[in-house]
Every structure is written in structure tokens, then in C-alpha cells.
Design a protein around this ligand. Structure first.
Ligand code: 13P
Length: 285
């Protein structure tokens, strides 16, 4: 069923949990993610990476995800992830995205706020929820490179940035990276607390692949209301493909078994993430 991303996040935070948001480059993975959310009876967000949104098939993928989300038995949001240009945002919204990350995090502060404000202005009246990113998150959004965390979000900039940009969710840099962590991941929890204290909108944690379960379980109670995962979901699907491919080939190019194994891997991964992000009630506060 259709839902507003900011309301889904607020609802999860109210019970000390975080909303899982998973990157879907193709429809099969999205089917498995939504099925796992339905099985668990919890909402989910489908992230469309810009690499998938760009080009001829991008709008078709988003339209298909829109139909999938609307027909689901749990609330599902479809978010364009990490958009750096306004044209792509408008195409994604026209195709059915209900949320976007207007990502100006590599720009000077004022330009970042201006990009987000422009996206708010252009999507006003459409119900689109706009996330912004403040502070550099190291790594590549589409490739699992191994990197160290970049400098964190400056808590003193948060309130002014949110006011100037009109951001409705804020992705933060708190020791997280996109892709793989070089060395032990170390989230800076005092920085999370300092940012949360000054931020009038919920926070989003990107780069959750590779974080220990304890960090993910703690996210919601710490105010990180949306947790983005890409690399680990992709790896689960790729591993299942690699493992089954020789047998599928031997069995007369058995694509049905192969596709079922890929979906089962995405389903299992999502189910386990959903459980981790939803601590038992006694652990939540
Ligand atoms: P990972 O690939 O590190 O899980 O990051 C995903 C992400 O933050 C998408 O926005």
C-alpha cells in the first residue's frame, strides 16, 4: 500500500525501530524484498539507485515498483536514491517515485541546501518526500569498494541546513561508508546523539552493509530512522547465482530454479535485516 516515507520513518522511530530501505536494480529483487516485508508485517522502502533510474528503462522500473508498492499488503515507499540532478528527480517522480534523496553532499553547503530547496519547490504538491545528505559519506554507491569513513556531519550545521533546505529526512555521516568497510566499522554514537539533538527531522543511516547486528539493532532507538542497505543484498543475490549456476546449466539451463534461488536469497537477507532492525519491545528504549 502507498505510504509517505517520512511517516513510515516516524512510525518506526516511535517503537524504537528503523525502517529498512533496500536498493533494487531490478524487479526480481524488489519482489523478494516486498514479500519478506509482507511476511514480517512491517513496512519497507525500495531504493532505486541513480544508475538504475537513468536511461531508457529507469522510468519503467520505477513504474513497476510503484505498482508493486501499491499492491503490497504492507506500506511500501519507492525512493529515488542519491539523485544529483533535478531532471532525474522529475522523471522519477513522474514515473511513480514517492520520495527522493536530493544529494548535494559533495557540493559546498549553500549549494547543497539550494539543490534540496529546488527539489522541494519543483515537487511541491505531489506529496514527494525529500531527503538530503549532510557530510561526506565515503565510498561508491554502486560498487563495493573498501574504504575508510570520511569526516562526519557537523552538528552545528544541521539546524541551519534543514531550515534552509526544507529537508524532510537527513542522511548523515557518522562513521558509515558506502560499500565495504576498510577495517572495523566504528559508528560514532556520541556524534549521532549530537546530530539528533539538533535535527528537527528524522535521520537516515546509509552504508549499513558490513555493520554489526548490534549497531543495526541500536539504530532506531538512537534516532536513525531509516537504514539503507545495498552491497550486502547484492552480494547475497550474486552468491546464490554463482552457487547455483553450474547446476542450473547442467539441468538444461534451468532458469526457473536459478531465479527462485536468487529471489530466495534476497528474501532471506531482507527477512533477517527486518528482524535485526526491529528490536524486541523490552530492548527498544
Ligand atoms: P551499502 O551499499 O554500504 O549498504 O550502502 C547502501 C546505501 O547507503 C544506499 O543509499
Amino acid at each position: 500500500m502507498r505510504a509517505r516515507l517520512d511517516e513510515l520513518v516516524a512510525g518506526r522511530l516511535a517503537v524504537g525501530a528503523a525502517l529498512p530501505a533496500l536498493s533494487c536494480y531490478e524487479f526480481g529483487t524488489a519482489l523478494a524484498v516486498v514479500a519478506a516485508a509482507e511476511d514480517a508485517g512491517v513496512p519497507v522502502a525500495l531504493l532505486v539507485p541513480p544508475a538504475a533510474a537513468r536511461g531508457r528503462d529507469g522510468s519503467r522500473l520505477i513504474a513497476a515498483l510503484r505498482t508493486l508498492a501499491d499492491g503490497a499488503s504492507v506500506p511500501v515507499s519507492v525512493q529515488l536514491d542519491h539523485a544529483t540532478d533535478v531532471g532525474l528527480v522529475l522523471e522519477a517522480v513522474a514515473a511513480g517515485a514517492d520520495a527522493v534523496l536530493a544529494d548535494g553532499s559533495k557540493l559546498p553547503l549553500e549549494d547543497n541546501a539550494a539543490l534540496v530547496a529546488r527539489v522541494r519547490e519543483l515537487t511541491a504538491g505531489s506529496g514527494t518526500v525529500v531527503e538530503a545528505e549532510l557530510g561526506d559519506i565515503a565510498g561508491d554507491e554502486d560498487r563495493a569498494l573498501s574504504v575508510h569513513a570520511a569526516g562526519g556531519t557537523d552538528p552545528e550545521l544541521v539546524a541551519g541546513f534543514v531550515a534552509a533546505s526544507g529537508a524532510q529526512l537527513l542522511a548523515v555521516s557518522v562513521g558509515n561508508v558506502h560499500g565495504r568497510y576498510a577495517g572495523e566499522p566504528r559508528l560514532d554514537w556520541p556524534l549521532v546523539a549530537a546530530v539528533r539533538e539538533r535535527c528537527p527531522v528524522p535521520l537516515a543511516l546509509h552504508g549499513a552493509s558490513g555493520l554489526p547486528e548490534g549497531d543495526l539493532a541500536r539504530a532506531g532507538a538512537a534516532g536513525l530512522g531509516k537504514v539503507n542497505v545495498n552491497t550486502e543484498l547484492r552480494a547475497a543475490v550474486l552468491d546464490a547465482t554463482q552457487e547455483l549456476l553450474p547446476r542450473a546449466r547442467a539441468a538444461g539451463d534451468d532458469v526457473l530454479t536459478l531465479e527462485a534461488a536468487r529471489r530466495a536469497a534476497a528474501h532471506r537477507f531482507t527477512g533477517s535485516l527486518l528482524r535485526t532492525l526491529t528490536p524486541a519491545p523490552q530492548d527498544a528504549h
